[in-house]
Ligand binder design. Sequence first.
Ligand code: FAD
Length: 350
Amino acid sequence: RADAIETDAVIVGAGPVGLFQVFELGLLEIKAHIIDSLAYPGGQCIELYPDKPIYDIPAVPMCTGKELTDNLLKQIEPFGAGFHLGQEVTVVQKREDGRFFVETSKGTQFLTRTVFVAGGVGSFQPRTLKVDGVEKYEGSQVHYRVKSPEQFAGKNLLIIGGGDSALDWALNFCAANADGNPHKAESVILVHRRDGFRAAPASVAKMKELCDAMEMQFIVGQATGIEEADGQLSGVKITGNDGITRIVPCDQVLAFFGLSPKLGPIADWGLALERKQIVVDTEKFETSVPGIFAVGDVNTYPGKKKLILSGFHECALAAFGAAPYVFPEKRIHLQYTTTSPKLHKVLGVE
Ligand code: FAD
């Protein structure tokens, strides 16, 4: 544990509420690191509705999910929180010295005085292919995200899905991109359950052009089984809308069905839960484990409403609740950002 990052606070989840938690902690001079399983901050606002307007943020008559996230990121800039994205918090353990040991799926470790769970509806995980026997090939021949594109060079690829990820990767790996494309596949077959796509129209048009030029193939249908040979996956059974099942041979399968949230490891940290939500008090938003707080959609208390507005309020009170763990000797006073020279200093607006 020698290289664990030592900090005052670890925030699990970089949705709008986790981001604002950085701000409220920063005003009290509590240093924070923030972690999200997604590769970008913003939580549901970015994952589910980046371009939709939100009308109930106080004093902001209208902003989109993306604008809210961008503004929160700007607002918390002065506090220089450490961002650790694309990794899920898997372990939270209380130690004998009162601090918490926190570890992520990428092996990043922290020793922290307080933990703020802002995990929303859970960490977003790729939806998987629901076909018998597929699990044992996940990571070797079946993939839900592209970690290293070079792995697919020169291979016969079956790409399943109708959104931007499926189309972008199909075009990327397609033979027609051969000019200097180091990841060119041997062949690309795209499979989608219907001849209509959620992906950008320009990508769909390009895909159709490539199909006409016989550079790739598009099949309407759904994966219903796999074929195996010599302990390897050798093909996928695709059932078309005509009810006929065809075997499509391939070396590698890439399935992009979007992301779905799962409470995941949060359920294993010994916190009192009620219907998959973390029980907190409404004075400090502290959980059943002293030093661990829960804010935003992930918590529950009498009268809870899952609104961004409520989450922001919870962040302020949780920060005050956490201060005695970080500064046991210090008396914390409420100060106004308009008039406090001390807050101007921490905000860098002197
Ligand atoms: P989330 O936004 O869910 O973020 C939680 C983050 O935690 C996620 O990014 C997740 O990946 C991460 N996470 C979870 N577990 C882990 C883990 N173990 N390790 C690492 N990361 C983890 N609210 C309003 O107030 N006004 C509106 O107009 C409004 N419109 C909405 C429209 C839609 C379509 C939807 C779906 C929701 C809307 N909401 C609205 C609700 C609002 O989006 C949520 O209340 C808000 O996103 C909650 O923020 P959060 O930070 O608590 O959680």
